[in-house]
Design a protein around this ligand. Sequence first.
Ligand code: AMP
Length: 204
Amino acid sequence: MSTRPSDGSPSPRRICVFCASSTGSSPEYAELATRVGRSLVERGYGVVYGGANRGLMGRVADAALEAGGEVLGVLPFGLQAMEVAHEGLTQLEIVDTLHERKARMMELSSGFLVLPGGHGTLEEFFEVLTWLQLAIHDHPVGVLNHGGFYDHILAHLDHVVTQGLLRPEHRDLLLADPSLDGILDAMERYQAPPRPTWATRPRP
Ligand code: AMP
């Protein structure tokens, strides 16, 4: 994927996964992360993620590697120094800043899958969703709403629409499904609607 949809370059078949750097209070989260890593490889995708060896992040990477897949990690220098780097990846890129990391993860990927996570996951999720709204990229953003984990956030987004602060067509850009196959199928079918980018939209 390119961060600009207009440059005509082909998209790599890779999904960028955002998920927790911890494993959570229930073993079901780690089991889910393992299923995600394996399923992405079975569907022919490479995995892009934050490059850490811990939490759900590490589980996704380990499962994808065990299944014989390509796993690309992008880690900021500071986190590498904290010894969280996964040493067994197909490729680990060290970048200077968190901002650079996100831009690089976007360049490497053709879609974004959000698993359960905390602040870091939410921040990455809303940034790529905002970039889709602005047509800075045109790739699917999918929430795996396992066990209703994201019900509150999805309901809040509907509330924001009712308050007139989020356009319904922008709300509709976000894909969500409780099942892994369901969200991956929806992402594969996804076609971004044609829309002007923030840079080309005429001034009122
Ligand atoms: P969180 O959901 O707060 O655990 O943050 C996880 C997300 O933020 C991941 O998708 C990572 O890209 C990034 N992140 C947060 N903590 C770390 C860490 N210790 N090592 C690598 N990436 C991290």
